[in-house]
Design a protein around this ligand. Structure first.
Ligand SMILES: Cc1cc2nc3c(=O)[nH]c(=O)nc-3n(C[C@H](O)[C@H](O)[C@H](O)COP(=O)(O)OP(=O)(O)OC[C@H]3O[C@@H](n4cnc5c(N)ncnc54)[C@H](O)[C@@H]3O)c2cc1C
Length: 595
């Protein structure tokens, strides 16, 4: 029997026990839905994954897209899979009915697309980017732009991209040089080079709608001079039919370590005089609009990383249950049959670590999806504002924690399989390669850590920070005096460590050189992330403790993974806290010539 792609039981737990997704049907936006329609969409995701994505998974990995100088070529099965997922509504799962969407709550859409992510994250990537592109134009574009670009994207005729990165501007978008000049008809002519643009060219759709960051001639330097443009591959006539080819050329494809289903492109804008671009919103406000897409993409990236960790965990668990090898230390008789490797404590350690990272990280991403929904559809204005505050604060962690610990989980999945994990007969090495992108794109871990410590923590008089701590405190209060009192006490101590560290860093940011105060920001992100994941494990533990009798195997597993995280991982924050509070300058002081 093949390994399951994901645990159906755990998905149900996450949706209906940890996050009460069923209660969302009481909100007017979701009144047509029910637990049945939610589960039906999850089943559709699973079926498409099994029918179209899993059978081509290895071929997608080995047969990368190629470019013959004119067109991109890829295995035809990718189009079949993309079309099947499009047909089933995965470009528009959360969109309004009137734009062709299914109006599913984001948390349900995340669970439904988890199967597709697990089975082929970068094949699904074409749809996810298109959806996020549509969401941005719906939020900041004109009605005409929505009709011209969003509608065909929602219908699956056009695809969408986000085009920010340039050869000289990756993490530092402030230095981007792509330029735009306004022409007499009100449109712009865009010129410049973009690299690493996912889905930047292919033949899967009739047209591709690039959302391009560029600088209008004469705009101020830095992020305050960046504007956002819709630059299509083909222009569109007034009646909606495709017009002539725009001045956007594919300069080449990148060949990657993983994630090979989706093209990674170098795009050249304006080689023949300027690509036609249409301004979104106002000039010089482009980066703030793009954050609409980036914030969504950051949750998507974290979710992808967590889901790949989940699927690697399931695969290695299945393998460990079937692979006989060696004997446990107390049983040395060579006449006894070898045990399945799941009997070895160290293999259990590797499985438990994966479970703790993957299910903890996925819970964080689903929380993000729920908050993104709550900020729009929660019943009261106060709840909506609270959700906005929390989501904004948590976004760097939602993006980065699963992206760092997801590949670590996949690394352990390889180790569980031993030599068999290192060869491509099993997909675990591919999961690792695919997942390894996640700490890099949509803002590297280093950039996210600076965003957390230098911006999100001090912002609005520490409002997001305090709101997050208050949520954690609520769960601690529920656990105090009960079966999980020891974990509640440990998390109380961890919160105290976090607060002490934060106060000391905020003080240093005022009184010491800022480079020193921020030098170990990644360790701060790690520390905060660990506290947040411990909180989400305590939440899961509380439910498991309460329901233990009804499904002992499942809930014992939850409790044991919680214990693992509290005993093996959470104590690490003390080491990181010391480095941070000491303003350790080992890295900062290291000189170029000393390496
Ligand atoms: C497969 C793939 C798909 C991608 N898809 C897209 C896409 O669709 N659209 C798009 O626009 N871009 C895309 N990107 C680009 C991606 O977002 C960038 O690669 C990423 O933001 C990092 O930029 P860079 O590669 O130029 O690295 P650099 O910015 O050069 O960073 C290199 C290293 O320096 C560190 N660093 C840089 N600046 C700082 C700083 N100020 N403080 C501390 N450390 C710093 C980074 O953390 C990193 O470790 C994609 C990239 C890849 C590989």
């Amino acid at each position: 029997m093949a390994a399951p792609i994901l645990s159906e039981r755990d998905l149900q737990f996450m949706l209906y026990e940890l996050f009460d997704a069923e209660a969302l049907t009481e909100r007017p936006r979701y009144s047509d839905h029910s637990r049945e329609t939610f589960n039906a969409s999850i089943n559709t995701g699973r079926q498409i994954a099994e029918k179209y994505f899993i059978p081509i998974r290895q071929k997608v990995d080995t047969d990368q897209p190629t470019f013959d100088g004119e067109k991109v070529h890829m295995i035809p099965e990718i189009k079949t899979a993309v079309d099947a997922a499009t047909e089933a509504g995965f470009v528009s799962a959360t969109a309004d009915y009137e734009l062709g969407g299914m109006q599913l709550p984001p948390i349900v859409a995340s669970a439904a697309s988890a199967y597709l992510t697990a089975a082929g994250s970068t094949t699904l990537g074409y749809l996810s980017l298109t959806n996020a592109n549509c969401n941005l134009i719906e939020a900041h574009g004109t009605q005409e732009q929505i009709e011209t670009w969003v509608r065909p994207m929602r219908e699956g005729r056009f695809a969408g991209t986000m085009a920010m990165t340039e050869p000289g501007a990756g993490s530092g978008l402030a230095d981007l040089t792509t330029s735009a000049v306004k022409s007499d008809d009100g449109s712009y002519r865009v010129t410049g080079s973009k690299i690493f643009i996912s889905g930047g060219d292919h033949e899967l759709n009739e047209n591709i709608v690039h959302l391009v960051l560029a600088r209008v001639k004469g705009a101020p330097k830095g992020v305050k001079g960046i504007s956002l443009f819709i630059v299509p591959k083909f222009l569109v006539n007034e009646d909606g039919s495709l017009g002539e080819r725009n001045d956007v050329a594919l300069a080449g494809l990148f060949h990657k370590m993983g994630g090979r289903g989706q093209t990674s492109t170098a795009l050249s804008f304006g080689e023949k005089g300027g690509a036609v671009g249409y301004l979104v919103g106002e000039e010089n406000k482009g980066l703030s609009y793009m954050f609409h897409m980036m914030n969504e993409a950051r949750i998507m990236v974290g979710t992808g990383a967590a889901v790949m960790a989940l699927t690697g965990y399931q695969y290695s668990l299945h393998y460990a249950r079937e692979r006989p090898q060696g004997r446990i230390p107390s049983q040395k008789d060579p006449n006894s049959p070898p045990v399945n490797i799941i009997e070895h404590a160290d293999v259990r350690r590797m499985l438990l670590a994966q479970k703790a990272f993957a299910e903890g990280g996925f819970a964080l991403c689903l929380l993000g999806a729920q908050l993104a929904d709550d900020e729009k559809t929660a019943p009261t204005e106060e709840e909506r504002q609270q959700a906005h505050l929390l989501l904004d604060f948590l976004t760097p962690m939602i993006k980065s924690w699963p992206s760092e610990y997801g590949p670590e989980a996949n690394d352990l999945a390889i180790q569980v399989l031993g030599g068999h994990g290192y060869i491509n007969e099993h997909p675990v090495e591919m999961f690792y390669r695919d997942n390894r992108l996640n700490p890099i794109h949509e803002g590297t871990t280093g950039i996210q850590s600076l965003d957390l410590l230098a911006r999100k923590v001090p912002m609005n008089n520490l409002a997001g920070y305090k709101a997050c701590l208050a949520e954690i405190q609520k769960t601690i209060s529920q656990a105090e005096g009960g079966e999980l009192a020891a974990e509640a006490a440990q998390l109380t101590d961890a919160l105290a460590t976090l607060q002490k560290t934060t106060e000391s860093l905020l003080g240093a940011m005022m009184e010491k050189p800022i480079d020193l105060a921020l030098a170990n920001s990644v360790k701060y992100l790690d520390m905060f992330g660990h506290v947040v994941i411990a909180w989400l494990w305590l939440k899961q533990g509380l439910i498991a403790q309460q329901k233990l009798g009804s499904d002992p195997g499942f809930y014992q597993g939850k409790l044991q993974a919680m214990r693992y995280f509290f005993r093996y991982e959470l104590p690490l924050i003390e080491v990181w806290s010391k480095v941070l509070r000491d303003l350790d300058s080992t890295c900062l002081d290291m000189q170029d010539e000393w390496f």
